[in-house]
Design a protein around this ligand. Sequence first.
Ligand SMILES: [Zn+2]
Length: 235
Amino acid sequence: MRGSTAKTVLIFLLLYLLAGLAFQLDKAEAGIKTLQAVVTSVSDGDTVHVKIGNKDEKVRLIGVNTPEISHPELGIKEQPFGREAAEYTKRRLLGKKIWLELDVGQRDKYGRILAYVWLSPPSSGSEKEVRAKMYNAELLLNGYAQVMTVPPNVKYSSLFVKFQQEARSKKKGLWGVAPAPIKTKVAYVGNSRTKKFHYPDCRWAKEISPANRVSFSSREQAVRAGYVPCKVCNP
Ligand SMILES: [Zn+2]
């Protein structure tokens, strides 16, 4: 009687351990789910076109924002480092096989897939792995992008902030670009009463009352408008 009870307990214990082990294996095998894709073209630093199977998709990288490249038709002006970021993504991703990891929100309002782009299949998603193999992280670590967190896609957002701080403190990429000097468009200043024009720093230019003050972007423009050069600053 005693022996059989012990045996039963032992069997249950064994079954319990086996079940636990099977569950662990299952978890490890599940890992991080990804979609395999091939990059067919690059729109800019953070947006690429891919083929998934034989389906064409546009992919916007999650959590990062690269500076704009110029889109005159949309009235978007080139931002510092926009061109560099786009070139970098082209160099790194064009024609390559990538693995897309999705977060909670899988598409944006433009129908683009929102994804973390892995350069080789991820296993744990640890910080070490993210640093080494995720392209979103690579953009941040090299200063090609800034963090842009859009809930609910926040799985790696705290890591991304950390990477951005690292790049910033090392003045990498866009963090090392000096702000563009503010160009004064006004090259010459005219007085509509006297019909004379001056360099903006001429003392007579400074005396012109706001009501009579006109600006010219070139000397030619002033002359064509019938203005004559000031004899003091001789523009
Ligand atoms: Zn003058």
